[in-house]
Design a protein around this ligand. Structure first.
Ligand SMILES: C[S@@+](CC[C@H](N)C(=O)[O-])C[C@H]1O[C@@H](n2cnc3c(N)ncnc32)[C@H](O)[C@@H]1O
Length: 279
């Protein structure tokens, strides 16, 4: 579940200066961003959340943005049970997640289902940046007649992905490989896949040539997630589409694009669906 409670005031006990800036619920864990740096005020807000939401057992404060190669959050304990592992449910699937060790965002639920609905019977799919396996598990549940390879560089996420395949009974459809997707693709997978997911918005474009190397063409698809900065909301998608079409250099074309979420005043995470066609 994902609640966007930005700018809410939890109770009259809290003055305007204690507004919450961001609020995600992953399983029974709430992760919040708070304007105040006062520790006792932060703890009070944590307690208030526990008392107002019966489904939440733990509250953590997120410090800064996701960072590092593994795209993890720095969390500090605020209230409730001091544990960072939880079970999160989405689209009829369940995921074991340690929110302090791996990247996970409930805000991508629409994207996970959208991609799953595009997959046809018999496809060979690669997720180059798989995390705890959420995209692939939802695809496998939706379209059991396919094969999926998940590559992930974070050993914690790789471990959880394997646990999650078992939990959702898709271990015969999805396989997780630990390592750098660029290196693994080059040694094992030339012209192998019909569809490739690239959910690393910070620098997925750096891996575009690897994806093209691993894709069967013509008729292959790439779903590339990227960040784009633009002053005008309406020009974001056309700006990104032009940039990608230039990089593709007639080896494919962006056929669809959408804003996944706004991540700053002028910056957005977007997804580009690319139909690849070269020989
Ligand atoms: C933004 S997260 C997305 C995770 C997952 N797809 C999801 O949506 O929950 C990107 C993931 O890519 C992994 N990663 C980063 N660089 C990688 C690389 N070169 N090869 C494989 N995985 C990588 C990170 O550890 C992280 O788990």
């Amino acid at each position: 579940m994902c609640l966007n409670l930005s700018k809410i005031q939890l109770s009259n006990n809290f003055k305007k200066s204690h507004l919450i800036n961001g609020f995600d619920i992953i399983g029974d864990i709430a992760i919040i961003k708070i304007n105040s740096t006062n520790r006792s005020q932060q703890s009070k807000i944590g307690q208030e959340i526990l008392s107002q939401f019966s489904n939440i057992n733990s509250v953590f404060l997120q410090k800064g943005q996701v960072s590092g190669k593994f795209r993890t959050k720095t969390l500090s304990y605020l209230a409730g049970k001091n544990r960072t592992s939880t079970i999160y449910r989405e689209s009829g699937c369940q995921f074991l997640i340690d929110v302090s060790q791996v990247y996970f965002s409930p805000r991508l639920s629409h994207e996970r289902l959208r991609i799953a609905n595009l997959v046809n019977s018999g496809e060979n799919i690669l997720n180059m940046f798989a995390g705890i396996g959420s995209f692939s598990i939802i695809i496998a549940k939706n379209q059991p007649n396919c094969k999926i390879i998940d590559i992930e560089i974070n050993p914690h996420a790789h471990f959880l992905a394997n646990e999650n395949y078992k939990l959702n009974k898709v271990s015969d459809i999805v396989e997780s490989i630990l390592g750098d997707s660029s290196k693994i693709i080059k040694t094992r997978y030339p012209k192998h896949f019909s569809r490739i997911l690239m959910p690393l918005p910070e620098n997925s474009i750096d891996f575009l040539e690897d994806a093209l190397f691993a894709l069967k063409s013509p008729g292959g698809w790439i779903h590339l997630y990227t960040h784009i900065i633009s002053e005008k909301n309406h020009s974001v998608l056309s700006k990104a589409t032009k940039k990608l079409n230039l990089l593709l250099d007639n080896r494919g074309i962006v056929t669809n694009s959408r804003i996944v979420k706004q991540i700053g005043p002028n910056s957005y995470q977007i997804v580009l669906d690319i139909e690849v066609d070269f020989s």
